[in-house]
Write a protein that binds this ligand. Structure first.
Ligand SMILES: Cc1ncc(COP(=O)(O)O)c(C=O)c1O
Length: 378
């Protein structure tokens, strides 16, 4: 039998399904020629606002820029501290030093891999000790499910902090019946191609019900421009979503709900085939997931690279999100850390392993992956 070539995320499968519609959408943009801020940008923003029950969606050039724009709307100032989980993609923390602010690293809940509300008090204590005034919390919807937003929001309200949700991975999920995008005063997402809702390049968006925040971000994404061309109201950046990407996203959004259901079916099949022998992902109370990643946790002492190599030999790719906490990365090592280190983050980093996950993973291929993984772990 020849070794199959299984993708970790199958973008080609999705593209072949809607290629005609994508071609037509791109052609419409080529015909009207409004490559920057063309009509599809506004259409997409309206469609996303309806999808996420939000008043305003400000599209932009990446998930990282979405975080930057949101922080600008919040009026973050140099020297202010923001609590963020260490177990995340760099961008969740990186945007803070980019604007002169300071990440305060907190630990995660061992079940959901998301910010632990129990870590907030010790993160605040670490900031206090370093003389840093905390102003907010960036939550992350890691691997596809939202953090415990009620508990985190309650803590933030008590401290008069804001909450900004980094939903680059969790857009499409819900928490206690509310869609991601409407769980915090500001939510950022990414349309990086591999994300649950991805375009064919870089893209992102910020969601808010706050009129003032929306107006600041709309201005900041075009160099701080005011109502009149070349009158500038603030320092901004160039952070617009290309019209072609908006046109592609409109087509992808049309099948997004169906794809989310298919992702759940894939997750269910992994659960049925693996849960008796390995720690499979768990959802927090009231959560659905967009299953951006399907991450299993290997038993302590398992040789992860051996597992990866054995699977690779059978044509099965895996990935490690993330090999280290951000507090263990050299450029971030100087920033305060909650408590005496982050034991949950440090325990999980060497044990996590992401398996192929996408809506087009068929039952037969998944059975092959499950059988191969069981054989390696046996
Ligand atoms: C949690 C998280 N935040 C932010 C980002 C940044 O998104 P982008 O790559 O679109 O800038 C990503 C992208 O991988 C992410 O996973």
């Amino acid at each position: 039998m020849t070794t199959p070539d299984i993708p970790l995320i199958d973008l080609a499968g999705q593209q072949s399904r809607i290629r005609d519609r994508i071609d037509a959408a791109i052609n419409r943009v080529l015909d009207h020629g409004q490559y920057i801020m063309g009509p599809e940008v506004g259409e997409l923003e309206e469609a996303l606002a309806a999808f996420s029950s939000c008043q305003h969606v400000v599209s932009c050039s990446s998930g990282t820029d979405a975080l930057m724009l949101g922080l600008m709307a919040l009026g973050i100032r140099p020297g202010e501290g923001v609590i963020v989980q260490s177990f995340t993609f760099a961008a969740s923390a990186e945007v803070l030093p980019c604007l002169g602010a300071i990440p305060i690293f907190a630990d995660i809940d061992p079940v959901t891999f998301n910010l632990s509300p129990d870590s907030l008090a010790s993160a605040k204590a670490a900031a206090d000790k370093a003389g840093i005034k905390v102003v907010g919390i960036i939550t992350v919807g890691l691997f596809g499910q939202a953090a415990d937003m009620d508990a985190i929001t309650a803590f933030a309200e008590q401290e008069e902090w804001w909450v900004f949700d980094d939903a680059a991975q969790s857009f499409g999920a819900s928490y206690k019946g509310r869609p991601v995008g409407a769980l915090a005063p500001l939510t950022a997402t990414s349309f990086f191609p591999a994300k649950p809702l991805g375009c064919y390049g870089d893209g992102g968006a910020v969601f808010t019900d706050n009129d003032e925040f929306a107006a600041i971000m709309r201005s900041a994404r075009i160099h701080g421009m005011g109502q009149e061309r070349y009158s500038h109201e603030r320092i901004g950046m160039t952070a617009r979503l290309d019209t072609i990407q908006a046109a592609i996203l409109l087509e992808k959004l049309a099948i997004f709900n169906e794809e989310l259901e298919k992702r759940q079916e894939v997750a269910d099949r992994y659960e049925a085939g693996l849960a008796d022998m390995i720690a499979t992902p768990r959802l927090g109370a009231g959560n659905t997931s967009s299953w951006a990643q399907y991450t299993i946790t290997l038993a302590k002492g398992t040789d992860r690279s051996h597992v990866q190599t054995a699977l690779k030999e059978k044509g099965i790719p895996t990935a490690i999100y993330y090999p280290k906490g951000m507090h263990q990365q050299i450029p971030y090592a100087m920033y305060p850390v909650a408590g005496n280190g982050l034991p949950v983050t440090e325990d999980l980093c060497p044990r996590v392993l992401a398996l192929p996950m996408h809506p087009y993973l068929d039952e037969e291929t998944q059975e092959y992956i499950i059988t191969a993984l069981r054989a390696v772990l046996d």
